[in-house]
Ligand binder design. Sequence first.
Ligand code: ADP
Length: 499
Amino acid sequence: MHIIHLATELAPIAKVGGLGDVLYGLSKAVAKQGHKVEILLPKYDCIDYSQIKQLKVHRKEVTVKEGEKKYRNTIWSGELDGLQIFLVEAHGHPQDYFCQGKIYGCPNDIERFTYFCKVAVEYLRQSGVQPDILHLHDWPTALASLLYPKGKTVFTIHNLEHQGICAKEQIARLGITPDEKMEDPPRPHLVNLMRAAIECAGAVTTVSPTYEKEIQTPEEGMGLEKILAKHKKKLKGILNGIDEEYWDPEKDPLLVKRYATHKVDTPEKLKSVLLAKAENRKHVRTHFSLPQENVPLVVSITRLVTQKGPELILHAMQRTKEKGGQFILLGSNHDSKHGSGMEKEFIALQKSGSKNLALCLDKNEALAHLLFAAADMLVVPSRFEPCGLTQLIALRYGTVPIVRRTGGLADTIADIDTASTPPTQRNGFTFDHYNPEGLEWGLDRALTLWTHHPDQWHQLMLQGMQQNFTWERPATQYLSLYSQLLKYAYCPRKGISLG
Ligand code: ADP
C-alpha cells in the first residue's frame, strides 16, 4: 500500500507536541510492515535540517492560484531515519508562508496551512502520484479532504480544541466555494475546517477509544458533537503508541546513564534500573541545584496550556513540597494564544523559598528525555486528553504516572487500587475530579507508597516497564482501516462502517 501523510509536524525535526511524535512513530511502524509511506510537510525555516539526509529539489514550478494571482512553489525531497519526506516551499509567495520562525501561532495560520494543502494536492496531481491513502492530521490539513477523492482520505483528530474556524473569504481565495458542510455549527457564517474534514474524509479517526466516545458528547465535543455522532460509523479511536527506538532508555543518547527496562526479571536487573535512574536523578538535581536527598522526585513535562491543567500542576508542586518531595516542571508554550498565562504563579511559588522546586519554562527535548529517566513520578492532570504520550514514555522509563482519568489517560493507566484491572496490569495512579482534592487523591497515595512501601513501588514500576505501548498494534489497526477504505473506494454506495 502507498500512504502519504499531509502533516504540519514531524519529530524530531519539526515538533511542537505529540502530533510530531505520532507522525514519526506511525510512519516508521507502517513502513516496517512493508508499505510505502511518505510525509509531506511545509518547508519551515525552523526545521532542524541537520538531521535530513539527501535534501534536494524534487519538483519545481508547482503553481497554485490564490485570489487572482498564480504562485510558484518548489517541492524538496529528503530522508529522515529511513522515512521519505517532501517539503513544500512557498518561495514564490510574497508572504513566504513557512518562513515565520515558528510552526504555529502566526496571525495568518489559516492562510498558511490552507495554502499548504492546496500546493500539496496540486503537486500530487501534477506529478501523477496517486497514493492509495492520503492521511490528514488535524485542522491544518483538513482542507485537503475536499480536494482529494473521498474514499481515499483518512482524517485523524489529534485534538478537537483547535478547529480552524475562519471567514468564508479565507477559503474562497483558493477557489473553493464554502458550502453548508463547511459551516461552523454555532456560527454558520464562518467556515469550520475540522468539520469539513469530518464530513468529507472517507474515515475519521481519533487517538484513543475513550476520546472517541467523549467527543460525541456536548461536554467534550467542542460544538462538533452532533456532526461527529452523525458520522460515528466512519469514526474510530485508535490508541497512539510511542516509537520504541526513539524512546528507549537502553539506547537514549540524551541520558547520563542508560538502562534496559524490558525483561527486568531478576533482582539484579531491577537494581541496575534503580541505580541508573539514581544517576540520572543526581545529574538533574545538580543541574537544578536541588538537594541530593533521598526524597521522591515528581515531574511534569508539558505544554503549559489550559488543556493540561496548569492550576493542578501548580497545586501538585505545592503539595509535593509540603509532603517533603521535590518537583521539576518543564513547561512550554505558556506565551502562546492558548497559553495558561500562569507563569507568574509558577515563578512565585518556586521563589517562595522552597529549595525543592525547580522550573524550566521552555521546550527542551534533551531535558525532557533526562527527566523521564530521572523522575520517580510524572503528573498529568489534564482537563481533557485525546491520548497523551508523556504517560506512555514515563512507563517505558520506569517512572510511575499519576493521571486524571480522561481520554487516552483512562485507556492507558490503571490505578494501583482499581478492581477493574488484574493486579499485574496496574501501572499508576488515577483520579477523577478536576480539583485540588482529586489531584491529592492520586499524588498523596503515590508519595505514601514510595516512602513506606518501596517493594510495592518497585513492583508497580516493573509492571509499567513491561507493558507494550509501541506502534506495532496501532499500525496494524490503521492498515486494516486503510484496507477497508480502499474496498469502499471501489464500492462507495455501500458506505464505510468501521465498527
Ligand atoms: P500534546 O501533544 O498535547 O502536547 P502529548 O502528551 O501527546 O501532548 O505529547 C507531548 C510530547 O511533547 C511528548 O513527546 C513530550 O515529551 C513533549 N513535550 C511536552 N512539553 C515539552 C517541553 N516543555 N519540552 C520538551 N518536550 C515536551
